[in-house]
Design a protein around this ligand. Sequence first.
Ligand code: ARG
Length: 703
Amino acid sequence: MTNPTRILMCAPDYYEVDYVINPWMEGNVHKSSQATAIEQWQALHQIIKEYATVDLVPPAQGWPDMVFTANAGLVLGQKAILSRFYHPERQGEEPYFKQWFAENGFQVYELPQDLPFEGAGDALFDRDSGALWAGYGFRSELDSHAYIAQWLDVEVLSLRLIDPRFYHLDTCFCPLSGGYLLYYPPAFDTYSNALIERRIPAEKRIIVPEPDAVNFACNAVNVDDVIIMNKISPELETAIATKGFQVRQTSLTEFLKAGGAAKCLTLKTTEPIQETAQANAPVDSRIIHLEGHLLDAGILNQALDLINEQGGSAKVLNFNLGIERKNTSSANVRVSAPSPTTMEDIMSALIEMGAISASAEDVQDAHLETVKQMGVAPDDFYVTNIYPTEVRIKGQWIQVMHQRMDGAIAISEINGTIHARCRLLRDLQVGEKVVVGIDGIRTNHKTTARPSAEKQEFSFMGAGVSSERRVELVVEQIAWELHKIRAQGGKVAVTAGPVVIHTGGAQHLASLIRQGYVHTLLGGNAIAVHDIEQSMMGTSLGVDMNKGVPVRGGHRHHLKVINTIRRCGSIANAVAQGLITKGVMYECVQNNVPFCLAGSIRDDGPLPDTEMDLIRAQEEYARLLEGTNMVLMLSTMLHSIGVGNMTPAGVKMVCVDINPAVVTKLSDRGSVESVGVVTDVGLFLSLLMRQLDRLNQKAAMTV
Ligand code: ARG
């Protein structure tokens, strides 16, 4: 009686490692032994014949990888989806496999020419649920999954492969009868691992350790309770046996050199259709349009990386390179994602990069939902970023006002005019309309453009983080910029932490304020307390600022200072009464430079000026920041991040801190407008003042 399970194989008559299309083939070209390969293939053939009927497709000369019949196509019932090989080296196998399927009564489905999918090498049925586990990332493209789901009417579970050694799903993943799974988790991204864990209970997952994985232990042929595979470690054999399987090992070293083993050499052609397997919602896919200095500014690369990182896949449909360097380029990219939520994450990130929907039909009005609870947005609300944003309402694009990060977009209609503005969650009122989803939203990303000639002055900003070595140069340019802003009546905001005082920067910051370079000061209780302590007592947190040593009883100085100012009622009153005669806060008061001190849990006192209601403090910060051209962030991570969140793109930011991590974090606004300087802030300020003095002298001489 013939065994009902049928497996397709192809004799290794023309097998060779002839080219390199996966990491295993590297260094192995023409290194496999023909004689040994034949022996090993026959041994495997013999074993398989004990459990299944083997069909043979005639080998074709010139197509050495044709032995790997797993890549012929994907079979379910009488349907066969023919493979579309990714590499030209294997594309010539397609007609032979197509012929075999057709001649053996299969209905052959063919994917679009440019949509790679490598058959059962990348698609494996769950032996329990009947769902299809499908891999993508190296040889098969995610978009192919939508076709498969439709043609075979099965639920497709997409898994993203991330390790080039495990380029086909069957090299690292093997569903077994009874719903068991043999697999190597590190070959998959986090999202895919979570999906696997959600679908397959822990006691049914057999994890293959790396040494066995690289010997293709996952590349196994399973028929009922028998598993046929290359040689594995005794530990793994025991682990598999404990689950009730019988392992048959046979050496396949010659095929490993081409990146394949037992499973690759076979294709099960009797796949029963399961009643329970239902097609899932097809893979989500959209076309986006990108425009700008896509290559020079690295936008295209960033976009593609982002899509992959978030678990989607991308295909550049057309790319128009700007003819001259000053011209912009444009590209249309098809984005696919395994689920609507992933698509939404990807799309919001892409919108933030300036991407817009490509085809006119695709452009929809933004979706709106009504706020039902005060201070709470609808679940799916669109989260704003720092870039100028427009939303499409009733067919027209409306500019969003008060652009800032981490807000919602509220839409209102006043006297027939539609208004869109960024609103913080806490400010939302019941009945307000808020933008949800990702349709009908676009951002303008001019700031990531290559700086134009007249903007070149600030081009160092593109350099990202500077270290000591470049500080002098950077300071020179910042001085130049400050000078220009002052001359043009612009506005500079400073955020400062107490380190400015401890490092001896107070006198320099004070001169900066006195000379009209600073238009608002933002910080916490500490900067003011330490500055006033230094003005009044010559110490900063009890340390003598001239001698650098702690003063007896000095640890109480700052409390005494706080107490004095509290008695006066405010810093301004203390200045008026002649108690404070110099320093940062003194200059603010004398020069009418508004400041806001935002309180925190650790504040001593606090000073009467410190705003302990944080919502009020945030509002005050936002008000003081309006119209700012540049922010100097001096050694305060907290206040600087706060400011960064409230500031729209286009505002220049200079972040100075001795800690490179802080600098990187703050200057990472993905644009040329922010720069980080890793240095001692006191030193920075003294260098800056020196440069400004020079510029002032020069200006005086030319008058
Ligand atoms: N050299 C072949 C390739 O890189 C090996 C194919 C292995 N097949 C498999 N199903 N994993 O395409």
